[in-house]
Design a binder for this molecule. Structure first.
Ligand SMILES: [Zn+2]
Length: 372
């Protein structure tokens, strides 16, 4: 999470390369060569994308010559908030100089890990808008989990290739490289396990493996779309959920899944967890259920902006809202932690997220921001 976005900023790239030096002089020399670094960065990213590519479809295992450009959020949901085919990604809020701040629907949040045939089949329950009239089925939920884990796997594989390239071609110190790859490898292994579990649950049609904590259908279209697994660090009252300082090899960071799906004239908002992780999140969901309807939406909105960069936003949301300081700070949080300390695991994202402030940022899930 985060690295690709971070590395699109040349200053951060320079900072990253200069990890091995405390020298002001070296750092300044690097800053003077921004154009050169921009070129290097472009090369590095495309090399890493190539290197991270698989030969076989991650789902069916068949050799695959052309992978599907899978959407991490179904294109149908993005189209419901798109203006002339475009949506804003998180970069609109973080205002990075080198990234376009709007993406055509076809480029938004995509990954290439599975073949076209699989892509057209294995998500079909949850990608069918007719299936949202009622509470989503266990099958839909396992498909959502599968998709989110595939996206995480894709990101991790890219990061691993990127760090390999940086170590081979640049000045990334060995210790930093080794430490980062140790975390990346472990994360990748866990995401693959989680993916395989979701795949099995979907195939077997098991009903009680994921636990739907919250499901709400709103009778208006919210101006954002989101689907991701997020590791919360604290619950609503500040209690620890995931302890990032526990370095026991057996300790696993555990995620919840959050979905904000804009339909044609309504929206579906959901939180679910793997039932194996329900103990870790029990205090959170008990507190969450006691919140008013409005505060539940505020908490979800707050989590999305503080913990993730994978949100897509309608381009007609008022600029004053998107420039709201609290919202920008929240969106930058994941960004800053990585840029200031690139060898820290991304799980640190959100380490100072305090739910008592959740009503201090605009809540785009409220009816006042509806686009229809
Ligand atoms: Zn396949």
């Amino acid at each position: 999470m985060g690295l690709e976005l971070v590395l699109n900023n040349v200053d951060d790239f320079i900072q990253m390369l200069s990890l091995g030096t405390d020298s002001e002089l070296v750092l300044n020399a690097m800053k003077e060569n921004k154009v050169e670094y921009r070129k290097q960065l472009g090369r590095l990213l495309s090399q890493s994308r190539k290197k991270a590519k698989e030969e076989k479809c991650f789902y069916c295992g068949e050799i695959c010559s052309s992978f599907c450009n899978s959407h991490s959020i179904p294109a149908y949901f993005l189209r419901n908030i798109a203006v002339e085919g475009d949506v804003y990604n998180n970069n609109k809020l973080v205002s990075l100089p080198l990234l376009d701040d709007d993406n055509g629907v076809n480029q938004s949040g995509t990954f290439q890990l599975i073949c076209r045939e699989c892509d057209s089949k294995i998500f079909s329950d949850y990608e069918n808008s007719d299936n949202y009239k009622d509470v989503p089925t266990a099958k839909m939920i396992s498909q959502i989990a599968m998709k989110s884990y595939l996206k995480s796997i894709s990101k991790r594989k890219f990061e691993i290739a990127l760090y390999d390239n940086m170590y081979e071609n640049f000045v990334l110190p060995y210790e930093v490289y080794k430490e980062k790859q140790k975390i990346n490898d472990l994360d990748l292994k866990e995401y693959i396990e989680d993916f395989n579990r979701a795949k099995k649950i979907d195939k077997k049609g098991w009903n009680n493996e994921y636990y739907l904590i919250y499901h709400q259908k709103l009778d208006y279209v919210v101006p954002m779309a989101f689907q991701s697994n997020v590791a919360l660090l604290t619950d609503i009252e500040g209690g620890i959920i995931n302890n990032i300082y526990n370095d026991s090899p057996d300790y696993r960071i555990k995620s919840i899944h959050i979905c904000v799906f804009p339909l044609e004239s309504s929206s579906v908002i959901m939180i679910f967890i793997d039932s194996r992780d329900s103990k870790r999140y029990r205090a959170f969901y008990k507190q969450f259920r006691k919140l008013s309807d409005k505060d539940k939406l505020a908490a979800i909105n707050f989590i999305i902006f503080n913990y993730s960069e994978d949100v897509f936003i309608n381009k007609e949301v008022n600029d004053d809202i998107l420039k709201h300081n609290g919202l920008i700070d929240a969106s930058r949080k994941s960004f800053d932690i990585l840029t200031n300390n690139p060898n820290v695991d991304t799980a640190l994202v959100g380490s100072d997220v305090d739910f008592s402030k959740m009503n201090e940022i605009p809540n785009l899930l409220l009816e006042e921001f509806k686009i229809r």
